[in-house]
Design a protein around this ligand. Structure first.
Ligand SMILES: [Zn+2]
Length: 440
């Protein structure tokens, strides 16, 4: 009797952990049941992936969906719609909301809320504060929690643990890898009076200079070594840090943002003004080149968007009153595919950075590779498709993208989450079926 599946993906080119090959995929009960399926197999639904590449569902491990917060800017339902339209099957959402996710009660609220409202699967960060250090060991084991996030330098929101004494206490409470925003808060505050309101936007990278980032990372690595606590340095933005971190591989993993692989200063400030302001800042060509070298020599573990929307009118304020943070959850997939087409990395390395990488760094269970028994999460991409990124395509309520007008080659045409097609050709399908991601 021929095998029967819930879903079959036929005629696609699959990016497997061990090779890129033409093979059919059979799905049962939301999981990958077979790689390589007989011609006579039947299924309730079949996707014809002729001419398409089948990737494991892409994961963006760094988004700020601002919920609870201002729904006119972003929310869980709108931000996860944006995610699936951009080819993502899962996102990990940051805790610096209003209020922040820092205790068991707010975590319980969010766990409940995202399983009703999310269009893709979702992991949740817990914010570390000076007050909740004693609870962190328990909180980091919560359902769907991808890890503790520490702002060692200030950005959006009120989460901050800037001094070595409290950072060390955080590292000694719990075991899982901690994700850090690494900028030295003291140097940031010390340099603030050197600049004034209305200065050109490019001052942003002078205020939050290379040494601010590098000093932050040196301090964190010294403490990580002293405590033995694994660290994930988010959005590494300098050549110096990327070199330095190579000596800490036993403890540290790191992320580079799509922006730091795509945009370059000072041009971005001259053309985008406030819409080019983010933390850590977009820097000059030397750092862009270093980021690509670190992608290609394996230093970098994950790539994220740091999707961090703000209202358009706030971004139009003079520097530095314009808040830092850029939209990106909907555009990271197309832009990474465009980088692949431009020859900057292979499609396999992109999958390593956006699927296997997040799974390895955060300890995801059952996602991140195409293999039997794993969740049936797929991103189907057309590597030949040309498109222009338009603001009219952006579904985040804030309504803007720093990449408007950019022409790209390579586009996500479908997303499947645990066997259910949630996006097909710019259309979001069904109802929100997102679940909390499972972590080891
Ligand atoms: Zn962020």
């Amino acid at each position: 009797m021929p095998a029967h599946f819930d879903l079959l993906i036929r005629h696609g080119t699959c990016v497997l952990p061990w090779s890129v090959e033409a093979t059919d995929v059979g799905v049962r009960n939301g999981r990958i049941a077979a790689l390589g399926v007989a011609a006579d197999a039947t299924a309730d639904a079949t996707i014809d992936a002729s001419g398409l590449h089948v990737l494991p569902g892409l994961i963006d491990p760094h988004v700020h969906l601002r919920d609870p917060g201002d729904k006119a800017v972003e929310s869980i339902p709108t931000g996860t719609r944006a995610a699936v339209l951009g080819g993502l099957a899962a996102v990990f959402d940051m805790p610096n909301t209003s209020p922040s996710i820092v205790d068991a009660e707010r975590l319980a609220w969010k766990q409940n809320y995202v399983e009703r409202e999310s269009w893709c699967d979702i992991g949740l960060y817990i914010g570390g504060t000076k007050q909740n250090i004693p609870e962190l060991a328990k909180l980091e084991l919560g359902r769907g929690v991808c890890g503790i996030k520490i702002f060692a330098g200030s950005s959006t929101g009120d989460l901050l643990v800037e001094d070595d004494e409290h950072l060390e206490r955080v590292m000694r409470s719990g075991r899982r890898r901690i994700a850090y925003h690494s900028e030295d808060e003291y140097r940031l505050q010390e340099r603030r009076p050197l600049f004034k309101s209305g200065d050109p936007h490019r001052r942003h990278m002078e205020w939050r200079d290379e040494e601010t980032a590098f000093l932050g990372t040196r301090r964190l690595m010294a403490l990580a070594r002293a405590t033995g606590r694994p660290a994930h340095i988010l959005h590494v933005s300098t050549a110096e840090e990327l070199d330095y971190l190579k000596d800490f591989r036993e403890l540290a993993t790191c992320e580079v943002l799509l922006n730091h692989l795509t945009q370059v200063a000072p041009d971005c400030y001259d053309t985008l003004k406030g819409f080019g302001v983010m933390n850590p800042p977009i820097r000059g060509p030397r750092h862009l080149e270093a980021a690509w070298r670190a992608i290609n020599d394996g230093t970098v573990d994950t790539v994220g968007s740091d999707h961090a929307p703000h209202a358009r009118d706030k971004k139009l304020l003079p520097w530095p009153d314009c808040p830092a943070g850029l939209t990106g959850v909907q555009t990271i997939g197309p832009l990474m595919l465009n980088h692949v087409n431009a020859g900057r990395l292979s499609l396999s390395r992109m999958v390593d950075l956006m699927c296997a990488g997040p799974a390895r760094v955060y300890g995801v269970v059952g996602k991140g590779r195409l293999a039997a028994g794993y969740d049936a999460d797929f991103t189907l991409v057309d590597m030949q498709r040309h498109r222009r990124i338009e603001e009219s395509w952006i579904v985040s309520p804030c309504g803007w993208t720093p990449f408007a007008g950019m022409d790209v080659t390579g586009w996500p045409v479908a997303v499947v989450v645990r066997g259910r097609t949630v996006m097909r050709e710019d259309e979001v399908l069904g109802s929100p079926i997102g679940r909390l991601v499972r972590f080891a």
